[in-house]
Write a new protein. Structure first.
Lengths: 286, 273
């Protein structure tokens, strides 16, 4: 027992477990419960919600707003995380090995800065870039008439999230690339492989596990990211209403707590599946 | 230096330059607009002035919200670090039945139960407890969300502290609390620093939870006030928003510089949630 009795050991763990229990486990279970009631923020169903079984889930799956949101979320995750952050993160990790150290440090520093700045600030920075009222992109393209966030909301969100989150993939791939034996790259170069062939045949087999786990993690984060609310708030006319934004608007603006919880439950299940696959992969690697 | 090599080299630098511009342009506004006499949304060389800073400090809620941010973050960070350190030490040193299952569950929870997925019950819970508009309550919710990852990362660090240190301390009559405070934590200091910084940065940028749980503008942190300022729009706020964004960003940038200088920017899988 290493001098720490079971009683004291439990006492040490207790505060953390209490907080996790009250603010994480309990809400997760309660989501499932509220999801099968007609609970409302106001009105008679607020005081005495009644169980409605799986009605909410049936209604959710039949709701055009939900299917729209599911599709937009998939687009958001696929475009900005699976493709965007992954590709740019790897490209940066791969290319920056061969540039001068000061340039490498500057680029890495800026990419990291985009990642560590508070969400509301980066959202405002991009609002300023994309705004029609003298925004930077309009000035650069000499096009003062395009309201990017209104006319191309999903493209804007995807570009924003690539900018915001690439740092993680870059860091991960930088450390993964350090584990690729230089001798193998040298051999590839000697037999005349070009850069792309070297990546495909030499590097990729070494970092396949990293690609998979990285993709799962950034997908999970992107699907649960609330920052799109700060940029477009789901608009115009639900065109960029990804799942977190839809849940918020249904629950807090529409007051339909039960209905929104059914959506949350589906998101929780989705998260759970991705996380289980992720942990299984990690375990297999270890 | 074959021509092909030169072309590839130029291509490489052009590509890096484009990426550099992509990442730099949005941030540069944060350096220019706060000190511009006529600040706009677009990036331009400023007519230097410090008048906006004074305007921002006179704003009725700007300073209050930054104080609220500090309050929220200090409480959330302290609660997270202390309870995570205690739990990590205990879980690292004692075989409580079901410990491995518990750790697995914690790891799972930290990624599955996000603020977005649990916003309805968290809001209802705090509403029924009468803790809407309680900064302390909000800080506890934020801490609860950060704890699983914090415990996990800290346990890794504590695992690497040799047990012989503790045994020597115990031979000299140190209590378990003293062993933790005077032997284990000093050795695991990089881990504790990591958790301190990580939880502070996470709590500092957290928008959703304070947005849900703090409705009184006098109690809202900077994250929420920035959103309110943006919503109100109007040209007057362009004197306030840039300076305010800068003030709000400085602590995380300073912390990041401090950490990367002191400990090197160490990489922990899944550190950002």
């Amino acid at each position: 027992m290493a001098g720490l009795g079971v009683a004291r050991a439990v006492g040490f763990v207790a505060p953390a477990l209490l907080l996790v229990g009250v603010f994480l486990v309990f809400p997760a279970l309660w989501t499932l419960y509220i999801g099968v009631t007609d609970y409302q923020l106001t009105g008679p169903a607020a005081a005495a919600p009644s169980a409605v079984g799986l009605d909410n889930f049936a209604a959710v799956l039949d709701d055009a707003l939900f299917t729209n949101s599911l599709w937009l979320t998939a687009l958001f995750v696929l475009g900005s995380a699976v493709v965007g952050q992954n590709a740019l993160g790897f490209a940066l990790a791969w290319l920056l090995r061969r540039v001068r150290p000061w340039l490498r440090r500057t680029t890495e520093g800026l990419v990291l800065l985009a990642w560590i700045l508070p969400g509301p600030v980066v959202a405002y920075l991009w609002f300023a870039v994309l705004s029609r009222d003298g925004g930077t992109l309009g000035l650069l393209l000499d096009d003062p008439t395009t309201a990017w966030l209104v006319q191309y909301p999903m493209v804007s969100l995807v570009v924003f999230n690539v900018w915001r989150g690439t740092a993680f993939s870059m860091l991960l791939y930088t450390s993964a690339l350090a584990a690729v034996p230089p001798s193998q790259l040298e051999t590839a170069r000697l037999v005349g492989a070009n850069g792309w062939q070297a990546v495909r045949d030499v590097v990729f087999p070494h970092i396949r596990g990293h690609v998979l786990t990285n993709t799962l993690l950034i997908s999970l984060w992107t699907a649960n990211d609330f920052t799109p609310f700060l940029l477009t708030a789901g608009g115009p006319n639900h065109e960029s209403e990804v799942l977190p934004v839809l849940i918020y608007r249904q629950a807090l603006e529409g007051g339909r707590l039960g209905y929104a919880s059914a959506m949350s439950s589906l998101l929780l299940v989705g998260n759970l599946v991705v996380a289980l696959v992720y942990l299984r992969l990690l375990r297999r690697r270890a | 230096m074959t021509p092909a090599w030169v072309v590839r080299r130029i291509g490489l630098y052009v590509l890096v330059a484009v990426v550099l511009a992509f990442f730099a342009v949005p941030v540069l506004w944060l350096a220019s607009a706060p000190f511009d006499a006529r600040p706009g949304l677009g990036l331009r060389w400023p007519d230097w002035t410090f008048a906006n800073v004074a305007t921002t400090f006179r704003h009725p809620y700007a300073v209050t919200s930054l104080v609220n941010s500090v309050l929220l973050c200090v409480v959330a960070t302290a609660v997270t670090t202390v309870s995570a350190a205690l739990a990590a030490y205990s879980l690292s040193r004692v075989r409580i039945p079901g410990r491995d299952a518990l750790l697995y569950l914690l790891l799972l929870l930290s990624s599955v139960v996000t603020g977005t997925a649990a916003m309805v019950p968290i809001f209802v819970l705090m509403l029924q407890l009468g803790l809407i508009d309680s900064r302390f309550g909000t800080a506890l919710v934020i801490a609860g969300g950060m704890l699983p990852a914090a415990i996990f990362i800290l346990k890794d660090f504590v695992d690497s502290v040799p047990r012989s240190y503790e045994e020597s301390a115990r031979v000299f009559g140190a209590s378990p609390g003293q062993v933790l405070g005077h032997v284990v934590l000093p050795v695991a200091r990089p881990g504790v620093a990591t958790i301190l910084v990580w939880s502070f940065v996470n709590a500092w940028g957290n928008f959703l939870l304070p947005f849900l749980l703090l409705r009184d503008v006098g109690k809202q942190p900077a994250a929420v006030l920035l959103r309110t300022l943006q919503d109100e729009g109007g040209s007057a706020d362009l004197a306030v928003i840039p300076v305010f964004s800068l003030l709000y960003s400085i602590p995380v940038v300073v912390l990041y510089l401090f950490v990367s200088k002191r400990y090197g920017f160490r990489f922990h899988g899944g550190i950002k949630s």
